[in-house]
Write a protein that binds this ligand. Structure first.
Ligand SMILES: *[C@@H]1O[C@H](CO)[C@@H](O)[C@H](O)[C@H]1NC(C)=O
Ligand SMILES: *[C@@H]1O[C@H](CO)[C@@H](O)[C@H](O)[C@H]1NC(C)=O
Ligand SMILES: *[C@@H]1O[C@H](CO)[C@@H](O)[C@H](O)[C@H]1NC(C)=O
Length: 416
């Protein structure tokens, strides 16, 4: 069976600064400069209006990303990466296309390049990955404690597949409803099971780096350095990435000086195929390890129900409206289910909302989980709070759609 998951990947760069005896070296800055240099000396292109920097240049621990330092017009070519700079599966003439969701060939290639060290043409890229992109970003690579807690809140049991620890008395509570994403820790054993790899930390690192940064079968230096955000926050698009030509990143609208260069990991036109509707906020957590900001999309696969949610914006489309209650500050901007949601769907979502609230109150109190690393714990809580919000807004929207007319009737009658 062939999988075409088209993992448009990338993710937020980590801030990593290392103190030297005399001065502070900003590793992100240093590596991005050497990557750009490598690109330009290899025949690639990097638009002069782009800049890799901290969002707050004065604050060395602030978010590091790619920014526009001049206005840029829609459709401008921003970055072009010669195909030979990518880490791909085509190096092996016997390669016949992916046979599992993880493209083993690309991982083998990455491992080979890492092992070659400075001898590798790809050294600037693999050195950058190893220096600034620590393992452990995606849930499949979290600590045992973090994985078991995530598994508990989504599936009802601490015992996750592949865990060697004994869990006492951990039955799934009666009536527990599994919540998305499906198989939240799916990547942890994929390398060993599908690719015949082993537990060697370098191999594990390479395998998860592909999930986290590659587009299915290909890893693309520099075009994998943008942050993700959907909706009006996306300002780039790329060409087809799986046909052996040079990957190119273009502006997808006018970009103002100072804006961050952002891309979409799941809503990227022709190259992400069907990802738009079935691949949303939960899957982004599973594959990239963060909870995306608005707009979000949620898909409750067993209900055939899905939706996109966003802030309500001021009339000029600029800022989110600030002066409303939490629920009224958000709206469902699209439904992705085929049939209109009905009363039954509303009840099913309500069950999920009740369970989510119970989980937040009873299972997720910090004092019960001192052993879970803080960042993993915070991501789990943030995710469940976002799920709660999305469910609240979806339920009240369905309610309004179903009963709005009736209420208007009642009001009209009262006015008579
Ligand atoms: C770019 O993405 C980041 C991370 O999702 C987000 O915080 C920021 O608002 C986005 N910037 C723009 C200009 O849309
Ligand atoms: C940018 O250009 C593309 C291609 O010409 C066009 O489809 C799109 O509507 C433009 N975007 C904006 C915001 O003007
Ligand atoms: C929010 O503020 C805007 C303008 O400041 C006003 O027009 C609108 O009625 C306010 N909305 C609510 C719900 O108070």
């Amino acid at each position: 069976m062939k999988f075409h998951w088209i993992l448009s990947t990338l993710f937020l760069l980590n801030s990593s600064c290392v103190a030297d005896d005399s001065n502070v070296i900003d590793l992100d800055k240093q590596h991005s400069e050497s990557l750009i240099n490598w690109l330009e000396t290899s025949g690639g292109y990097f638009h002069p209006a782009l800049e890799m920097r901290r969002i707050d240049p004065e604050n060395p621990s602030s978010h590091f990303g790619m920014f526009a330092n001049h206005d840029i017009k829609n459709n401008t070519r921003l970055i072009q990466v010669p195909y030979k700079m990518t880490i791909n599966a085509d190096w092996n003439p016997h390669y016949e296309g992916p046979e599992s969701p993880m493209t083993c060939e690309t991982v083998w290639n990455l491992i080979a390049q890492i092992k070659k060290g400075k001898e590798s043409f790809h050294y600037p890229y693999v050195h950058y990955l190893q220096d600034t992109q620590p393992p452990g970003i995606i849930p499949s690579a979290w600590s045992h404690e973090g994985k078991r807690l995530l598994h508990k809140v989504l599936t009802g049991t601490y015992k996750y597949p592949g865990s060697l620890a004994q869990e006492e008395e951990d039955k799934i509570p009666e009536g527990f409803i599994e919540l998305p994403p499906d198989e939240p820790l799916v990547w942890q054993n994929e390398w060993v099971e599908s690719c015949g790899g082993n537990d060697d930390p370098l191999e594990q690192y390479a395998a998860l780096a592909l999930i986290n940064r590659g587009w299915d079968d290909i890893m693309i230096p520099l075009i994998d350095m943008q942050s993700h955000r959907n909706g009006k926050y996306t300002n780039t698009r790329h060409n087809a990435l799986h046909e052996g030509n040079d990957p190119i990143l273009y502006a997808s609208r006018d970009i103002k000086a100072g804006e961050e260069i952002n891309t979409s990991y799941n809503q990227c036109g022709h190259d992400c195929g069907g990802r738009t509707d079935i691949y949303g906020t939960p899957e982004i957590l599973r594959d990239y390890g963060f909870v995306e900001q608005m707009p979000q999309s949620w898909n409750f696969w067993e209900l055939d129900l899905g939706f996109h949610i966003d802030y309500v914006y001021e009339d000029d489309g600029g800022r989110p409206v600030q002066n409303r209650s939490r629920k009224e500050s958000y709206e469902i901007v699209a439904w992705t289910n085929e049939e209109d949601a009905d009363e039954n769907d509303m009840d099913l979502l309500q069950e999920r909302l009740d369970q989510t609230r119970e989980t937040l109150d009873e299972i997720l109190s910090r004092d019960k989980h001192q052993d879970v690393p803080e960042n993993e714990y915070n991501i789990i809580v943030d995710y469940m709070e976002n799920m709660e919000l999305a469910l609240e807004v979806a339920i009240s929207t369905i309610y309004d759609l179903l009963y709005e007319d009736d209420e208007e009737d009642i009001r009209n009658r009262e006015e008579l």
